[in-house]
Design a protein around this ligand. Structure first.
Ligand SMILES: CSC[C@H]1O[C@H](OP(=O)(O)O)[C@H](O)[C@@H]1O
Ligand SMILES: Nc1ncnc2[nH]cnc12
Length: 272
C-alpha cells in the first residue's frame, strides 16, 4: 500500500466543533493562500487518523463567501489527508427529501460568484480539471453501504444548487432550481469540492436537509434558527455515520483511486 489513509472531516453548520476524539492535538497551519477557517484538530476516530476542520470556524464566525476554501483544502492536504468527508446543512427542493434526511451528494450546480475557484493561480500553469464525477464514487458507495448497515436511511444521490449567500433564495429562485430538477440548495459546496479534486483528495459530502427553503406553501420559510434546530435534532445519526464510515474507508487500499486522480491532475495541466 503506497498511501496511508488519513481522513479530513469538514464540519459545516451545526457540526462546527464536534467532540469526536478522546485525545486530540490542535495544529495551526499557514498556507500560501492565507489562514484556514480554524486550527486543525487531529486525533484518532475508531483507530483511524482523522483531522477535523470547522468550515465556518469553531465559533461559526465566517460567512460562506469569506471562507478561505483554498487554505482549508491546502491545510488538510498538507497534514497528509487522503480523503475528505464533509457535512452540509441544506435546503430541500423536493417533497420527498424531508427535513432531517441525509443525502449523499453526487452533483452540483454552481451559482456562486465571488470565490477563488482554483489552486493554480500561484503557478505559471493552468489546470482545466474535468470535474465529473465531482464526488469520489467509491467513498460515496462506502458511506451508502455503512448507512445501510446502521439502518440509517439516506438518499443515495442528490444534486445541490450552490448559491452565493449569505441571503437565502427568493421563491422565484427556489422554483427555478426545482425546475432544474435539483434536490438541495446550500452555500458552501463549491468551490470546496472542486479544490479538493485539484488537490488530489478523495471527497464526499453528506448533506442534511434542514428545511424546504421557501418554495413550499405549507411550511415556514427557511430561517437560520430553524436550520440549526433541525440539524441538532438529527445530528446524532450524522455523527454516527461519520464515526462508522471512517474505519470502513481505512480498511480499503486506495492506491488505484489516488494514482488515477493524480494522473488526471497531471493530464489536465495545459502546456504549450
Ligand atoms: C446556517 S444556514 C446557511 C448555511 O448553512 C449551510 O452551511 P454548511 O454548508 O457549512 O453546513 C449553508 O451552506 C450555509 O452556509
Ligand atoms: N434553504 C437553504 N438555502 C441555502 N443554504 C441552506 N442551508 C440550509 N438551508 C439552506
Amino acid at each position: 500500500m503506497k498511501y496511508n489513509v488519513k481522513i479530513g472531516i469538514i464540519g459545516g453548520s451545526g457540526l462546527d466543533n464536534p467532540s469526536f476524539f478522546k485525545d486530540s492535538t490542535e495544529q495551526k497551519v499557514s498556507t500560501p493562500y492565507g489562514d484556514p477557517s480554524d486550527s486543525l484538530i487531529c486525533g484518532k476516530l475508531n483507530g483511524v487518523d482523522c483531522v477535523l476542520l470547522a468550515r465556518h470556524g469553531r465559533k461559526h464566525s465566517i460567512s460562506p463567501t469569506n471562507i478561505n476554501y483554498r487554505a482549508n483544502i491546502w491545510a488538510l492536504k498538507h497534514v497528509g489527508c487522503t480523503h475528505i468527508i464533509a457535512s452540509s446543512a441544506t435546503g430541500s427542493l423536493k417533497e420527498e427529501i424531508k427535513p432531517g434526511d441525509l443525502v449523499i451528494l453526487d452533483s452540483f450546480i454552481d451559482l456562486t460568484k465571488k470565490r477563488d475557484y482554483t489552486m493554480f493561480t500561484k503557478s505559471d500553469k493552468v489546470l482545466h480539471i474535468p470535474i465529473e464525477p465531482p464526488f469520489c464514487p467509491v467513498t460515496r458507495s462506502i458511506i451508502i453501504e455503512t448507512a445501510q448497515s446502521l439502518g440509517i436511511q439516506v438518499h443515495q444521490t442528490g444534486t445541490a444548487v450552490v448559491i452565493e449567500g449569505p441571503r437565502f433564495s427568493t421563491k422565484a429562485e427556489s422554483n427555478l432550481y426545482r425546475m432544474w430538477n435539483a434536490d438541495l440548495v446550500n452555500m458552501t459546496l463549491t468551490p470546496e469540492v472542486v479544490l479538493a479534486k485539484e488537490a488530489g483528495l478523495l471527497y464526499a459530502t453528506v448533506a442534511m436537509a434542514t428545511d424546504y427553503d421557501c418554495w413550499r406553501e405549507a411550511t415556514e420559510k427557511v430561517n437560520v434558527t430553524h436550520v440549526v434546530k433541525v440539524f441538532q435534532e438529527n445530528v446524532v445519526k450524522l455523527t454516527k455515520l461519520f464515526i462508522e464510515v471512517v474505519p470502513k474507508i481505512a480498511e480499503k487500499n486506495w492506491d488505484v483511486e489516488i494514482d488515477e486522480l493524480n494522473c488526471l491532475i497531471q493530464e489536465s495541466v495545459q502546456s504549450n
